[in-house]
Design a protein around this ligand. Structure first.
Ligand SMILES: Cc1cc2nc3c(=O)[nH]c(=O)nc-3n(C[C@H](O)[C@H](O)[C@H](O)COP(=O)(O)OP(=O)(O)OC[C@H]3O[C@@H](n4cnc5c(N)ncnc54)[C@H](O)[C@@H]3O)c2cc1C
Length: 505
């Protein structure tokens, strides 16, 4: 993209500059930088605002409302579905970076990176449960807004399970703290009464739509903001539950002769209460030098962080695969985990750049005992469309990341596959996105997944908190099809096998 004209009025820029202590930037080079994230999409914002503090956020939202300009919060831009990309004002939240630790809770600014948070918590011998594989780069605001998970979600849940209070600015510029504000809380409780529970996904992790289903009482109203992708409010800070860092861990690497065998074994593996249960398929294994027996088609990484010997004995009694490696040595465990965390990288370098598609079927989750059915659906897609699909992910939570490999100029087929996949996943009681969010990739399928009654409840929530429709428009609630609309020019990745030498650990 060579030239990106600014669509908003110079007077609005003057208003922003007069009202805000932080930065207001319109240079094309800056706007292009913020036009990308971890996804395949690109949208150039008209102006990038970097609030200095909470008051700046309120002022920016009020100006956006008065001028009818979209405003979209951005954390670290690691999202995989274009969640932080939009026209209008891009709000970079990085300066809201305070952390204070109080026993088993931490009050954290939304701009704090997970890496910084980990460092502070580590000094207290604590950690946050959710751990997206992107590592320390993502922000707490982005993690909350996407209901992020990661490998440890199988034991510690997603962000929605680990947050007790959220302060945010809604689309009218109100600064609200939930669940403290009981008046707004009562209104949210009324919205929960509109939900058709029969149509809700029956999964451990879900980042699709609005999580009205997780608001069970007036003390949980803040959970509506989790997974809302900046469409209901700009999160300023949150109180997060933190837990003691485990003293010891043990990792088992299990080999299987097929993905179906591995998936069939998963429910029993999950029954041993692992702190992680992750899957890597043969496509990815072929990109990594792990020294595995050629008969091994795929592996599970199963980690425990408590009662190690007892759990190891349980695991040995139920596995149908073979034990490839078993270790409680931190360096060796790190070596295996780095390969797992690089799975997305491995999956990309394995694919010709013209066959890299957007992340649109890559984050579904189903009940753990239906993962074999999920593989059948993926095999059906390959058969019908002549595609190939790379799989890995958080199978302990029923969440398989599926990278579709096909001619990425065939956008009609991409849309058709995504729609069909969503329908089939819904039939299994699953969700189209477990942790990455809807963004441009699956917002158009939310109504199909949840049904009309739930979608109407979501629309009511959107109207309540964002009556002018300025907060990250066309995400979550949209009449448009956005799945291929904003795809950027194909990006270049440098191929080659990833060599993680054990000696370097
Ligand atoms: C290699 C790789 C691996 C990944 N692995 C995982 C994984 O294992 N698990 C997982 O859950 N995710 C994973 N992700 C996806 C992503 O990193 C996470 O969802 C992360 O939490 C996004 O945080 P961010 O700060 O980068 O958000 P951004 O990309 O900046 O934004 C994401 C969304 O959050 C909204 N947002 C950001 N800040 C705020 C705020 N203050 N208030 C309101 N809304 C806000 C944005 O508007 C946008 O809709 C991975 C991504 C990559 C590139």
């Amino acid at each position: 993209m060579e030239h990106a004209p600014i669509e908003i009025d110079g007077g609005v820029l003057d208003d922003l500059r007069a009202a805000i202590r932080g930065k207001v930037m319109v240079q094309e080079s800056i706007r292009l930088l913020y036009s990308l994230d971890g996804s395949a999409y690109q949208v150039v914002p008209d102006v990038v605002v970097v609030p200095e503090d909470e008051v700046d956020v309120v002022r920016a939202v009020i100006i956006a409302g008065e001028e009818d300009i979209p405003i979209t919060p951005r954390g670290s831009g690691t999202g995989l579905v274009g969640g932080a990309l939009n026209v209008g004002i891009c709000l970079d939240m990085k300066n809201l970076n305070s952390v204070s630790v109080n026993g088993d809770s931490a009050t954290v600014g939304s701009g704090v990176s997970r890496g910084s948070l980990d460092r502070v918590l580590g000094k207290h011998g604590k950690m946050l449960g959710p751990n997206p594989s992107v590592g320390g780069f993502c922000s707490v605001g982005g993690m909350l807004a996407n209901n992020a998970g990661g490998s440890r979600s199988v034991k510690y849940g997603s962000m929605v399970d680990n947050v007790t209070r959220i302060t945010f600015v809604d689309g009218t510029g109100r600064m609200i703290t939930l669940p403290d504000d009981e008046s707004i809380g009562q209104d949210i409780m009324e919205l929960t009464g509109l939900i058709d529970r029969e149509k809700l996904p029956k999964v451990a992790k879900n980042a699709s739509g609005y999580r009205l289903d997780r608001v069970g009482s007036i003390g949980e109203t803040h959970k509506l903001l989790v997974g809302s992708e900046g469409t209901l409010g700009v999160i300023l800070s949150a109180d997060l539950n933190i837990i003691d860092e485990p003293k010891d861990k043990m990792l088992f690497v299990l080999g299987y002769d097929s993905a179906y065998t591995a998936m069939a074994n998963c429910p029993k593996v999950v029954g041993t209460n692992p702190s992680a249960c992750e899957f890597i398929d043969h496509h990815i294994l072929s990109q990594a030098d792990l020294g595995l027996d050629p008969g091994i088609d795929c592996i599970l990484l199963v980690e425990y962080d408590d009662s190690l010997q007892e759990r190891a004995t349980m695991l040995r009694s139920i596995i149908t695969g073979t034990i490839v490696a078993e270790s409680d040595d931190q360096k060796e465990m790190d070596w295996w985990w780095d390969h797992r965390n690089a799975a997305l990288h491995h999956s990309l370098i394995a694919v010709d750049k013209h066959k890299r598609t957007p992340h649109m079927i890559d984050d579904a989750a189903v009940p753990v005992d239906r993962m074999g059915d999920m593989l059948h659906i993926l095999d059906g897609i390959n058969k019908k469309y002549g595609t190939s699909i790379i799989t890995f992910g958080h199978v302990g939570s029923g969440n398989i990341h599926a990278r579709l490999e096909m001619d990425n100029t065939k956008t009609d087929a991409i849309k058709e596959i995504a729609g069909a996949y969503c329908r089939e996943i819904s039939k299994l009681g699953g969700t189209i996105t477990a942790e990455h969010g809807d963004g441009f990739a699956s917002s158009e399928f939310i109504e199909m997944q949840y049904g009309g009654q739930n979608y109407d409840a979501f629309k009511a929530a959107k109207r309540y908190f964002d009556p002018y429709g300025i907060l990250n428009p066309d995400k979550k609630i949209t009449e448009k099809s956005t799945i291929v609309e904003h795809l950027s020019a194909v990006r270049t990745f440098h191929g080659g096998k990833m060599a993680l030498s054990k000696e370097a650990y």
